[in-house]
Design a protein around this ligand. Structure first.
Ligand code: ADP
Length: 264
């Protein structure tokens, strides 16, 4: 479903954020990207929706490579959930959720702010599914608690029934109980639609609890790729502190198609 072929990224200041990453994330998988700050998690996620142009390599969704020409069409199928929620604080909760439709409407329609009764009903249903009541609809998004704002962010992300959900540290600023609730909501909404999730986290317990698969990144490289059960404490320690994985093969590399391996 999501395929990274030999992705590298060097920022203009010379920082090498990603180093030759090749991965395949199948449909319906909840894939956690785990790793210390600066490992390249955000950069990798942003390659999927065109917010970051790789220096080399390609990202494709269902076999369609992400290019300037394909980006607009692909964006309708990809949603993003942000660490700092990225809501428009002065707008209502309802307007923020309806903004999830913007990749699929014309600029004129977007500017007019007109949405059909069906679209409004869908926004209400999604808000209900993430645990917000009709009383929240007309409240200013900026007045909600962090956990409530992230619920709005999830409802917005699912307005277009995405096939790919990118969640960039979605619970970094939330307490542990609310973090679990939020990750459960993302997982359940994605499962219902058989959507693939790429979710960056730095909390190991949450990665183990929610990931079908965990990809460990360090210094722009994939240094672990396996199931939560395979992520031993020793491997976690190496991911965060030790240097013993540096310049070694991944502990449990994902199988790579022959042609992909040859291309790298
Ligand atoms: P993570 O999400 O794992 O914390 P990032 O993907 O944000 O890591 O960053 C990876 C590396 O790229 C870091 O060294 C970071 O400082 C650098 N980086 C990120 N964005 C930029 C940018 N716009 N310009 C220059 N360097 C950047």
């Amino acid at each position: 479903m999501i395929r990274f072929d030999c992705i590298s990224k060097v920022w203009p200041d010379g920082t090498q954020a990603l180093r030759d990453i090749s991965l395949h994330v199948p449909r319906g998988q909840f894939c956690v990207i785990l790793g210390p700050s600066g490992a390249g998690k955000s950069t990798l996620l942003r390659a999927v929706n065109g917010l970051m142009q790789p220096s080399s390599g390609t990202v494709s969704i269902d076999g369609v490579a992400l290019t300037t020409a394909s980006e607009r069409a692909l964006r309708k199928r990809i949603a993003m959930i942000h660490q700092h929620f990225n809501l428009t604080n002065r707008m209502t909760v309802a307007a923020n959720v309806l903004a999830g439709l913007l990749p699929a409407v014309t600029t004129l329609r977007a500017l007019s702010g007109w949405f059909s009764p069906e679209q409004r009903a869908r926004a209400c249903r999604l808000l209900d599914q993430v645990g917000l009541s009709p009383a929240h609809l007309q409240r200013r998004a900026g007045d909600l608690s962090g956990g409530q704002q992230q619920r709005v962010g999830i409802a917005r992300a699912f307005m277009l029934d995405p096939e790919v959900v990118l969640a960039d540290e979605p619970v970094a600023s939330l307490d542990p109980k609310i973090s679990r609730d939020i990750l459960s909501l993302i997982r359940d909404a994605a499962r219902e639609r058989n959507a693939s999730v790429l979710c960056s986290l730095h909390q190991i317990d949450l990665a183990r609890e929610f990931g079908d698969r965990i990809i460990g990144m360090r210094d722009g490289k994939v240094v672990f790729d396996g199931t939560p059960a395979e992520l031993s404490d020793q491997r976690v320690e190496a991911l965060y502190q030790g240097a013993q994985w540096e310049d070694q093969e991944p502990a449990n590399p994902a199988p790579m198609p022959d042609q992909l391996a040859a291309a790298c």
